[in-house]
Ligand binder design. Structure first.
Ligand code: NI
Length: 157
């Protein structure tokens, strides 16, 4: 089921999402619907806040297959930062340059309820994870971006 993506100005985008205590059928359905919604609009990532449900769920696909993470958190990062252009499905028509860590390690739960262990990511996947984890804290890329311009993002995350 395709869900309605909330746009900048909707207060739910500024809420700190609550942790998921248990991976219920409801949570799995939410994640599946988020993936379907993300693919329908050619996004590479979506956080549950963006569909109006402030719980800690993110979905990502940077072209390497779908990733569903519950309660994701960054547990390690290198010092190296990379500046890259980002957009957001909740902030249509704008992109901006955002500095992100190039390499991160994320922990969280997968859709089978097990610990993900450590997910090591770099480049676009690391950027997408940081963008989506920011969403769970009520943070949008425009809070961090420089050189914001009006244009359609090529890779909206
Ligand atoms: Ni976004």
């Amino acid at each position: 089921m395709i869900l309605k993506v909330r746009k900048h100005g909707d207060p739910v985008l500024r809420v700190r999402a609550l942790p998921v205590k248990k991976i219920t059928k409801e949570m799995l359905t939410l994640a599946d619907n988020m993936l379907e919604t993300m693919y329908a609009v050619d996004g590479v990532g979506l956080a549950a806040n963006q569909v109006g449900i402030p719980v800690q769920v993110v979905v990502i696909d940077v072209g390497e297959g779908p990733i569903i993470l519950f309660n994701p958190r960054i547990v390690h990062h290198d010092d190296e930062e990379t500046v890259g252009r980002e957009g957001c499905l909740s902030v249509p028509g704008l992109t901006g340059e955002v500095a992100r860590w190039e390499r991160i390690t994320v922990e969280g739960m997968t859709d089978n309820g097990l610990s993900y262990g450590k997910l090591e990511a770099e480049g676009l996947l690391a950027r997408a994870l940081q963008h989506e984890i920011d969403h769970l804290g009520g943070i949008l890329f425009i809070d961090k971006a420089t050189n914001i311009t009006k244009e359609q993002a090529e890779d909206e995350v």
